[in-house]
Design a protein around this ligand. Sequence first.
Ligand SMILES: Cc1cc2nc3c(=O)[nH]c(=O)nc-3n(C[C@H](O)[C@H](O)[C@H](O)COP(=O)(O)O)c2cc1C
Length: 379
Amino acid sequence: MKPAPLSFGPLKLATPLLLSPLAGYTNLPFRLVIRELGSVGLCTTDLVNARSLLEKNRKALKLIESAAVDTPLAVQLFGAVPHEMAEAARYLESVGVASVDINMGCPVRKVCQVGGGSAMMTELDRTAALVRGMVEAVRIPVTCKMRLGWDDENLTAPELARALEEAGAAAIMVHGRTRQQGFDGSVNLAGIRRVVEAVRTIPVIGNGDITSPEAARIMLESTGCAGVSIGRGAFYNPWIFAHTQHYLETGELLPEPEFAERIRVMTRHFNLMLEVFGENLGCTMFRKVGPWYAKRFGPASFFNKGIVRVSTHAELFALLEQYVKWRHQFLGEDGLLLPRYASAPVSLNFRDEDTAEASVPAAARRKSIPVPAGPNELW
Ligand SMILES: Cc1cc2nc3c(=O)[nH]c(=O)nc-3n(C[C@H](O)[C@H](O)[C@H](O)COP(=O)(O)O)c2cc1C
């Protein structure tokens, strides 16, 4: 299947593949790495509190820090006070952001308690009015990211999506789980399809558990969505956008990147972290990033033990040198990892009934993909 071009409002995306917001992860260094590897159509920041942004809170400003090549960029806002959300959108437009996304899916109590995040899915009229106010305040597209609903008895996403389209939303991003599900169970593709069917003209972007090019194809084909948004899959595999675009265009699956390429990209990510956050904070933040790359190194206990102590640029490179020596014991004569030590392939987590028709080997239908640990465990 040749992916159709995706555009919303005045924004024409190079590919229909989007980077989902991942609080604590989708910072400038990660977005730059993803962009350098190619084929991402739009990147979104972590969610940003609208009020903090208006108050020019230092942390909020850091979350929207960008660079000339970090484009097109969407900033995700959360908040429930209409004039603050509209004003924050206006500010983002004034600093050159390409589109504004509204968080309507966050299940975290702190966000829901103030009427933001997934609480918005339960208050249709109020939410539509808030969106209308933002749409009227700016010329850049305003998009909405939601879950399927609060729980299985309240799958409000189709109705909400329709109301938001009426209010002027330019696109809908939908994670195919309910708020109650958290990250449990599997993604409900039929639920996403109902959202696609509910809107009149705006694009719906499907999201959830896309960890491979085939998973993206299944999401696109079985829901009719106009694009897909990838979160954890991009952390697992920053090459996923380039590989997926190639697969969608040609039907060919590119080989997995080799170890040397993984190290190259990981160290690029590390250097960007230090550039953007400084050596001290950058190293500390990288302690949770490195192990994601290491998941595909083969045996990596030596690396994972060492990375949590890295606090300087030099220490990371010393660790890598030692790790490469240690890893040697797992290589064959050809210098490649012996097959028995290779990491298991990352695979799908869609409902069996949704994928039964698709050409997915049963063994590839794994039941869960890890949720990054940390303060955002509940996402
Ligand atoms: C650590 C983490 C942080 C997240 N932060 C956000 C966020 O800031 N805003 C948001 O709308 N969704 C957030 N999400 C949800 C993701 O954007 C996405 O909807 C979800 O992870 C499902 O997609 P995936 O399976 O591709 O990761 C977060 C998810 C995780 C795991």
